[in-house]
Structure formats: C-alpha cells, structure tokens
Ligand binder design. Structure first.
Ligand code: ADP
Ligand code: MG
Length: 716
C-alpha cells in the first residue's frame, strides 16, 4: 500500500492512536497529522527556564536529573519516588507513586524531556507523574555529543493526553512510510523561490537536524500555503469572469442623477464610479468590493450604479444584515437618489417582519419589474423572491454574509453584477487573502466639511470621578440642541447583543459584569445631570416595529439620549448626533469601536466619542481602547487590530467561504509571500485555468479548502 496524505491515519498508527489524535485535534488523515507543526524547537543544549513556568500550566522542558530518592508515603502504604531535575534556572521535583522501578532509568546526570502540569506541593514546584523521554542514545564521543546537543527537538502543541513526544513519535512513523508523488509547488517556481520539495519540507519541519533545516522547511511550507490559497482564489475569480454578463452602460439617467447631487463627488468617489461603469460595460459580470470609512460616501457610489443599471431596465437587490439596517438603507437611498431617480427606481423594502399584504406587494413589484430597487434582509434570499431582470446585487457589510449567501442572491438573475460594500477597512494582504476573488476599490478620502471625531478614554480605574463628567458632557451637547448615543455591550445580564464581538481574555476578564441596556436606561433616567431629557432604549430583541419607531423618533430629534446596543453599529445616519458614550469600551473589538463612533460627527457639528473603561493601564483591554482613541485612520486601526487579535478571527470562516486552514502563513506578517504567491497564481491560472498540468497543486487545493475546489476535482 502506498501511503499518501489522504491515507486514513488509523491505517498507519492504528485505531487506538488515531482515536486519541481525533479526540485531541480532530485528525483523520495522514495529511492532518503531518500538518501538526511544532510550536517551537528546543535544543538539548538550550535549557528551558523552569523558574518561569507558571503553576498550573502544561509544560514541556528539557532538563537533567540531579537526585533520586524514595520515601514511604505519609498516610497510606506504599512509596513515593522523588526525582529532582534542573535546567539551570530552577529545579522541580518529579513524583511517582509506587513506581520505584523508574529509579534505575532516572539516575543523576541523565537528561531528557519531561512534560506535565507544574503544581505546587508544600511550597515546592512539582510534576506529578510526568511523561518523559530520556536521551538514552547519548553518544559519549565529544563530536556526537555536540551534534546531539545541537539537534533541535520539536515541541508540539500538546494536550494532557497527547504529550509532545508522543506526537513526534506518531509523526515519525508516518514520515517513514509516506510517499509523495506530485509536488504542489511547480518545479520552476520552487527553483526560483528556493523552496524545498514537499516531502523534504515535512521531514525538516518535523525531524530537523539543525536549526537552518526547520527554518527553510517553514519557509517552504508557508509559501506552499500562500500559493495554494491564491491559486484557489484566482481560479474562482477566473471562473466568475468566464460567464457572460449583461452589459450596463451609463446614460441620461446617470448623468441626471450625478448632476442632481448637492455636492461634488470626491476624487476617490469619481474613480470608483468610473471603475464600476467600466466593469459593468465589460462582457463579464462585475465582482467588486468597495471599501471606505463610514461616511466616506459609498452609498452615493452604489446609488449611481443602481441608476445606471435601471437605465436599461435592470433591477438592483440590496442585501443588508439586519432589519434596522435595511430600513436605514432604504431611507438613505431615497434621500441620496433624490425625487427624480427615486420615482424612476421605485424602491421597495422587503424584510421578514413586513405584514403579509405589504410583503406580497413588494414581491410583486420585484417579480413584475415595477420596482428597480429592492432593499431587504435575508428575506431576499427566500424562494418566493423573484426578479424580472436582476442586473445588480449590492451587499452591504460583507463581513456578515458568507459567499454562499451572496451566490443565492446572484442565482436569481442572469449573472448579475456584484458590488460589495464594506466600511471595515481591510489591510491589503487580508483583502487579497479573504476577498481574493473580488476586485477591490478604496474610497480613502472623506468628503470635505466633515468635522473630525475626537475620542477620549475615560479611564475609571485611574479616575473614578470622571464618570459624572461623562454625563455632564452629554448634557452639554443635548442642551446645545444635539443628541447622544450611549452604547452598552449587552441587552440584559443574560443576553449579549447579536453580532457584538465581545473580547474574552481570561486573564484580564473584568470581574465586573457587562453593562446592559436594561439597567442603564433607568440609571440614566435617574441621573441628575440628565434630568428632563428624553431617554429611550434600542436593541435587537425589540419587535421590529418598535425598533423602527425608536429609530424614527431619534432621527426626528424627539429623543435626546439613545441607549443602545451595537444595533446602531452600521449605517445609522443621524447628523444631529454629536456625542457617543461607549460603556465597557474595552470589551469591544477595535474595529467595532471604530464602526460605532462613526455614528457621530456625521453632520456639521464635531463628534465626540467617550470610551468608558475600567481596564487598568498596561492591560491588553486598555491598549485596545487607547489605540482607538489615538487615531481615526481605519487602516491603521485595522493593522493594529490584527496585531492584537488572533489570525483566526481575521480570516473568519464566514467571511471567505474558504475555510481558513492556514497554519504557517500570517496575513499580518507575510505580505511579501502573499504578494509573490499571488503573482505566480495569476500566471499559472491564466496559462492553465484548470491546473490540469499541476496535479499536485490541484490536490493540495482540494485538501486545504473545502469549497471552490470541487470544480477542480471534477476535472481530474
Ligand atoms: P457611507 O455609505 O460610506 O457611510 P454615505 O454615502 O452614506 O457614506 O455618505 C455619508 C454622508 O456624506 C451622506 O450624508 C452623504 O450625502 C454625504 N456625502 C457623500 N459624498 C459626499 C461628497 N462628495 N461631498 C459631500 N458630502 C458627501
Ligand atoms: Mg452607507
């Protein structure tokens, strides 16, 4: 039997071991196990510092036995074997109960790897029943000793049931029988980039002879990951481009719409409008992502595309993530389009909570073509929804929708054009990785006359007295005729608002429970600073009619202070709102805070954002709010955010539709690699769209990505 990466693991290491690996890591195939790369490498010469291992933590350390002794147990019958080991920085006592036989292996001077949970017993550090492996193959010769000391020991991410060397052993067994046929990275590229072969890389990453070995293995496997991912994305983009689209060209209506705008488009807006018009005039459907800060004017650009599509009778469907947002979009589009374009497009709203009669009317308007603009939520994806001539799909806030959802909507037309709008600035390498199948446009500049938002951290840990200053500040704004948002992370103590990304850091997790809308409402109403003000609440669990009422009342200026959850995060446009107080600001993610504060300062009045936090100076939580307060540059924040959070969040499964199985590649750090891989991927896919001549690459795509690859596999 020839063993490949796809061979079931159980066949090689046996059922019992495979079950252990499955339970710990979910591994099923040989490839899964070989993808379990070492977390780091120790050298036998290098001693891990025992002194620094925190109590209670699973640790793997290289150390030397100093002394061995046995003593009878205090309470029970039997004996305790106590072995003191040291790594030069400190000592730890290994204890074994009734296992005196180990004494003959663990004699002073013997070195090995020891693993277990460090505990504290009678004030000394202890490893009870550790797993260990001794370096019994020590060669007495000076030279061999040196080689041996230099040889890196891979240390794997381990669990309490699978220790690092048990993993190493299983990997060794698999490596010995593995036969790889086709290289994922084509030979010419490997030569040009100095990339090792696949098998060689796996050997060097798992069984390095010297440090340089694993370093170049990591480099090679990292490049392989980047190339695999980029090829999949470029190929998907290519497939999207092969279909014929309906061309949509600007005309009189477009010109009239642009002329009707009460302002000049910014340079970036003009550029993006032109890109969209070029895309839609081409023979293949547009697939474009437009990113721009909140308030940078994306809606106007999208509206222009809608008018152009309707010029030739086409309809636009706009998909928004929530009802509140769909409503908001509907209103702001009507406003942006102006009376003439609105009359021509005849926009309708289609959401789940619509009364049956209204829904029927909206469905009819979509199916008959009476409406050229249908704005809605997930309700748009339903089977009952049909379009007369769906020419353009606009998706708002891509990060909330998966690729499959956008595809469901696109299926309702004849390869309609696609425009994705996102206000979450995405660093370029992330865009290339997550949205690699879309063309990206950026609106980088804000329209003139927008007053900047000033943001401040209200650090209650340092200055408890500032709490009352916050409400005085809110009162000042309200008295000057402005309005205020107060944002809390949770609705009630038990319910966190949907889509609120609560940061959870066990070490820093505030003992304090999250602020809730439910408790804050009476609290604010009772504050002397805010007496006489109209204070209401808004959150995602309210019936949608009620939500709409509150939003309309706030928009109309009938509410002074709105205490809300993140339902107000995107798209809510009330130019008169000038101050936002974010409670427990440190519990939100950086991007979310940035999104939230974009709700104020949208009018001629400056905006103020007060980030209320109990986090102590120097904690990660405090760092997040300080970072947000320090800059308004969304791109800079996105980059900082990347540093502060894990990769997994960035490449969220929902975002990409490409299951992120990146192991060595880091979008934060490996921009160069991703760039290079992208260039190669484009050349490869252009020359050989089905990658027919590259079976190794094709197989790797299938292994790593759980969608977008099936077409490839079918062609094999
Ligand atoms: P976004 O959708 O990117 O958040 P919008 O398109 O809703 O931004 O624009 C925010 C506000 O700025 C709207 O009130 C809009 O009318 C206004 N606006 C858009 N473009 C310009 C411009 N070029 N000059 C002045 N105001 C603009
Ligand atoms: Mg908008």
């Amino acid at each position: 039997m020839s063993v490949t990466l796809d061979t079931p693991l159980a066949k090689i290491i046996g059922d019992r071991s495979q079950k252990a690996f499955h339970k710990a890591f979910g591994y099923e195939s040989v490839g899964d196990l070989l993808g379990h790369y070492p977390r780091r490498y120790a050298t036998r010469g290098e001693l891990t510092s025992i002194a620094e291992i925190p109590i209670g933590e699973q640790a793997t350390l290289v150390a030397e036995v100093v002394s061995v002794s046995t003593r009878p147990m205090r309470q029970k019958r039997g004996s305790v074997l106590e072995v003191v080991i040291t790594d030069g920085t400190g000592g730890v006592t290994l204890t074994f109960f009734n296992q005196a036989w180990r004494q003959k292996d663990l004699s002073p001077g013997v070195r090995g790897i020891f693993a277990g949970k460090i505990g504290l017993y009678r004030n000394s550090r202890q490893l009870a029943h550790p797993d260990y492996e001794l370096f019994v193959d020590v060669e007495p010769s000076e030279e061999a000793r040196e080689d041996w000391a230099k040889k890196p020991i891979p240390l794997y991410p381990a669990t309490s049931t699978l220790a690092s060397w048990q993993i190493a052993k299983a990997i060794g067994v698999v490596l010995d029988v593995l036969e790889l046929k086709d290289e994922p990275v084509p030979d010419t590229i490997r030569e040009a980039e100095g990339i090792l072969g696949h098998y060689e890389s796996l050997v060097h990453i798992h069984r390095p002879v010297e440090a340089a070995g694993w370093a170049s293995a990591q480099k090679s496997l990292r490049f392989q990951e980047a190339l695999t991912l980029q090829c999949a994305l470029v190929a998907r983009r290519q497939r999207q481009r092969q279909v014929a689209g309906v061309t949509r060209k600007p005309g009189e209506d477009t010109n009239a719409f642009l002329a009707s705008l009460p302002f000049e488009l910014t340079e970036d807006q003009v550029t993006v409008v032109n890109q969209i018009h070029e895309d839609m005039a081409a023979p293949h459907p547009m697939t474009r992502l437009v990113q721009g800060e909140v308030g940078s004017g994306k809606t106007v650009v999208a509206a222009c595309a809608m008018v152009t599509v309707s010029q030739s009778g086409g309809q636009t469907a706009l998909l928004a993530p929530t009802e509140v947002l769909a409503n908001q979009h509907f209103r702001s589009l009507m406003r942006t389009l102006g009376p003439d374009a609105s009359a021509r497009l005849n926009p309708v709203l289609l959401t789940g909570s619509l009364p049956a009669a209204a829904k029927k009317k909206a469905l009819l308007a979509a199916a008959s073509g009476a409406s050229h603009l249908i704005v809605g939520t997930h309700a748009l994806l339903g089977d009952a929804v049909q379009f007369a001539d769906l020419g353009l799909v606009v998706i708002d806030e891509q990060h909330r929708f998966g690729v499959d959802q956008r595809e469901v909507l696109r299926q309702k037309g004849e390869h309609p054009h696609l425009l994705v709008l996102t206000a979450t600035p995405i660093p370029r390498t992330v865009a290339m990785t997550v949205f690699g199948d879309l063309d990206v446009s950026t609106i980088a500049t804000m329209p003139q006359g927008r007053s900047p938002i000033s943001s401040h951290v209200v650090a209650l840990a340092d200055h408890p007295g500032w709490y009352s200053r916050v409400w005085q500040r809110v009162a000042e704004e309200v008295r000057a005729g402005r309005q205020a948002f107060v944002v809390a992370p949770a609705i009630t103590a038990a319910v966190v608002e949907e889509d609120t990304d609560i940061e959870d850091e066990s070490e820093e997790l505030a003992k304090k429970p999250l602020s809730t809308v439910e408790e804050t409402l009476p609290l604010l109403r009772g504050l002397s600073e805010l007496s006489g003000m109209r204070i209401e609440a808004l959150h995602g669990r309210m019936p949608s009619a009620e939500k709409d009422d509150v939003m309309s009342a706030f928009a109309a200026g009938d509410i002074d202070v709105l205490i809300a959850t993140t339902v107000i995060e995107v798209g809510i446009d009330v130019p008169n709102a000038s101050v936002m107080v974010i409670l427990d600001a440190d519990r939100f993610g950086v991007s979310q805070l940035h999104q939230l504060r974009g709700r104020v300062g949208r009018g001629e009045y400056g905006g103020t954002c007060l980030l209320v936090s109990y986090a102590e100076t120097g904690t990660n939580a405090r760092e997040r709010v300080e970072v947000v307060a320090s800059t308004l540059d969304g791109f800079e924040l996105a980059a900082k955010d990347l540093e502060l959070r894990s990769e997994g969040d960035v490449l969220g499964v929902r975002q990409s539709g490409v299951r992120s199985r990146l192991k060595l590649l880091r979008v934060t750090r490996d921009g160069d690699v991703i760039d290079a891989a992208r260039t190669y991927a484009e050349a490869l896919v252009e020359k050989d769209p089905g990658l027919v001549d590259y079976p190794g690459l094709r197989a790797e795509i299938g292994r790593r990505l759980d969608d977008g690859s099936e077409e490839y596999l079918e062609k094999t």
